[in-house]
Design a protein around this ligand. Structure first.
Ligand code: ACO
Length: 182
């Protein structure tokens, strides 16, 4: 199924100059409008290695920085799967550093009449920016992307402490996660 792109494409000069992971018109215009004036929201860029991407991911889990070459290779791998990997970042205009990020990965199924599920992953907001509703805005943006892609549901795993946050974002508890480390 082809995604519907309902959102007006209004790219800034900076965004036009960046190599972005996906078409920025997937990001709902409302997501840009709801941000404070000191922030901007866009797809991940191939050069975000130097904008504190790993500092941000380290809030979430063990995320030692990879070399710029490995970063670029990973970015290309994701970019080579069209309409699948959508990583959104919020950037401080003042510092040009990432202050929040999150991803939705679109999985195509044979079930549900060849339906699609969106998997939300790697949500992080820098410590100094937590409480400004950036987490909520990232989730709303990813939900908008999942909707535009035609996903029939979006799912995620989180720890117990984050359940109230996701409930505020409109999620409810269902099922259990199993894991086996390799
Ligand atoms: N417990 C209870 N309520 C919370 C919590 C929490 N831990 N975190 C946020 N909320 C509430 C807020 O109070 C707010 O409620 P309100 O609308 O009534 O005022 C609402 O949720 C939205 O909060 P935001 O301001 O959008 O939250 P924030 O921007 O601080 O982001 C996040 C929340 C992403 C959990 C952030 O604290 C963070 O980065 N934590 C560390 C990394 C992490 O745990 N990420 C999630 C991993 S799970 C995954 O990636 C699928």
């Amino acid at each position: 199924m082809q995604p519907s792109l309902p959102h007006a494409l209004e790219m800034t000069q900076d965004q036009r100059e960046l190599d972005l992971l996906f078409d920025p018109s997937f990001i709902p215009e409302s997501a840009r409008q709801q941000l404070d004036a000191d922030l901007t929201i866009r797809p991940l860029a191939s050069t975000d290695h130097s904008r504190g991407h790993f500092d941000l991911l380290s809030i979430l889990t063990i995320a030692p920085p990879v070399s710029p070459i490995v970063y670029a290779k990973t970015f290309r791998n994701l970019q080579s799967c069209p309409n699948t990997y959508f990583t959104v970042v919020i950037v401080s205009k003042q510092t040009d550093q990432l202050v929040a990020c999150g991803s939705i990965i679109v999985e195509r199924k044979f079930t549900r009449a060849a339906g699609m599920i969106g998997h939300i992953e790697d949500i992080a907001v820098s410590k100094s920016m937590q409480g400004r509703k950036l987490g909520l805005k990232i989730i709303n943006t990813l939900e908008g992307i999942g909707r535009a892609m035609g996903c029939y549901k979006i799912i995620l795993d989180c720890n117990k402490e984050n359940i109230p946050f996701y409930e505020k974002c409109g999620f409810k508890h269902k099922e259990y996660q199993m894991v086996r480390y390799m």
